[in-house]
Design a protein around this ligand. Structure first.
Ligand code: KG4
Ligand code: ZN
Length: 376
């Protein structure tokens, strides 16, 4: 694929972290291909993102209203080499400068994961460099530690230390975890049906707003009245930290079915999005409030409450969690917006954190479509 054909986003690079000490920083090339983004990044152990390219396939899937796995796999094959080449160029490095290669080995759409993982395996074998098999969810979970010292948003400029309480909300997952360390995750709660991202995507689809739904619903919600429609808050009257979003989706469907077409104007859509988003925000704060009362969390005494995953881009969720953290005398941390949705920098960073623990691959690893964090 030629460079012009790549719909490319040159992500901001950050080179503001000075190196302390005599030992050279570790340089990692990270590759992500588990869903609809082909991405590569060069990141160093001083937390600098030297080169970062994300090729988003969203325009290719938009007309189908969601990711088509076979199309995604083909697009990854066409893009992956060029994306890696551009990330290295952008970082002003060659493959010889790289100390460690990392790639997503699951969970995700298996066609895409295979392409990124096999590419990384090939590069590591050809160059005789260590290889890290990164769990995509661990990429999301650890990236808040790759803080940007130049960030203007205070949540992205926190030194996130273990243990921390993590709300991991993406298109495929919705979990509350205690992060004790690299590879050490304790599940506090999880969704019994849809993920929060899926709920956003499905609501947007119902309203004919396009794909992916999260960012569209988020911006519509800013213009609407969150009190106009009373969507359910499933499980919120029950103890525990699990989520359920399918009831909100059904209520939304029923509301749309009983509303006549001419009532569905811009105001209706904005109020619908705002009311739906408020229900999601309330579920998240309710479940996190219960998590803070959970004995496992109380014993671990996490200092920081963290949100990560694509849904962490949502401004209402970020501010509700920040308020909850402050109320409980905790710090609040979130990745910068460009590191919430899938990206290569989070995989490179998780690669560095794992490499430092000696977690490298010694024999062939088969990529996994399912790979819970609790199985690391
Ligand atoms: O983490 P991610 O890029 O992919 C997975 O690993 O699944 O998350 C994608 C999800 C999509 O469901 C998308 O709609 C959602 O993140 N998302 C948002 C926002 N931006 C992306 N959800 C709510 N508000 C947003 N601003
Ligand atoms: Zn993801």
């Amino acid at each position: 694929m030629s460079e012009e054909k790549i719909i490319r986003i040159d992500m901001e690079t950050t080179t503001d972290h000075a190196h302390v000490g005599n030992d050279k920083p570790i340089l990692c090339l990270g590759i992500e291909s588990s869903c609809d983004e082909t991405s590569a990044a060069v990141v160093d152990s001083d937390k600098n993102i030297l080169g970062h390219i994300i090729y988003s396939q969203i325009p290719e899937h938009q007309k189908y209203g969601g990711v088509v796995p076979e199309l995604a796999a083909r697009a990854h094959i066409l893009a992956v080499d060029e994306v890696i080449k551009l990330a290295l160029e952008r970082a002003n490095k060659t493959i010889d400068d790289i100390d460690v290669i990392a790639a997503t080995a699951g969970p995700g759409l298996i066609g895409g994961v295979l392409i990124g993982w096999m590419t990384a395996t090939g590069i590591a074998n050809a160059t005789n460099k260590p290889l890290v098999a990164v769990n995509h969810l661990e990429g999301h979970a650890l990236v808040p530690r790759l803080k940007s010292s130049s960030a203007t948003d205070s949540a992205t400029n926190i030194d996130v230390e273990f243990p921390y309480l993590l709300m991991l909300a993406s298109g495929g997952h919705c979990q509350i975890l205690l992060v004790h360390g690299v590879g050490k995750y304790e599940m506090i709660g999880q969704t019994l049906d849809d993920s929060a991202g899926e709920a956003f995507d499905k609501i947007a689809k119902m309203l004919g707003l396009g794909y992916p739904g999260g960012p569209i619903v988020d911006s519509r919600a800013k213009l609407g009245n969150p009190k106009r429609f009373n969507f359910p808050r499933p499980l919120c009257d029950k103890p525990g930290c699990d989520f359920s979003f399918s009831g909100i989706k059904t209520a939304a469907r029923m509301l749309l079915d009983k509303t006549s077409q001419d009532e569905i104007d811009e105001n209706f859509i904005n109020d619908f999005c705002a009311s739906f988003q408020q229900a999601i925000v309330d579920c998240i704060t309710n479940r996190l409030t219960n998590a803070l009362k959970d004995d496992r969390v109380k014993n671990a005494k996490p200092k920081t409450m963290v949100v990560a995953g694509g849904v962490a881009k949502n401004s209402a969720i970020r501010s509700a969690m920040e308020m909850l953290a402050n109320k409980n005398n905790m710090l609040f941390a979130a990745p910068p917006m460009n590191l919430c949705t899938d990206n290569g920098a989070m995989i490179a960073w998780a690669g560095i954190e794992n490499y430092k623990q000696g977690n490298i691959v010694h024999e062939p690893v088969a990529p996994r479509p399912r790979w819970p964090l609790t199985e690391l």
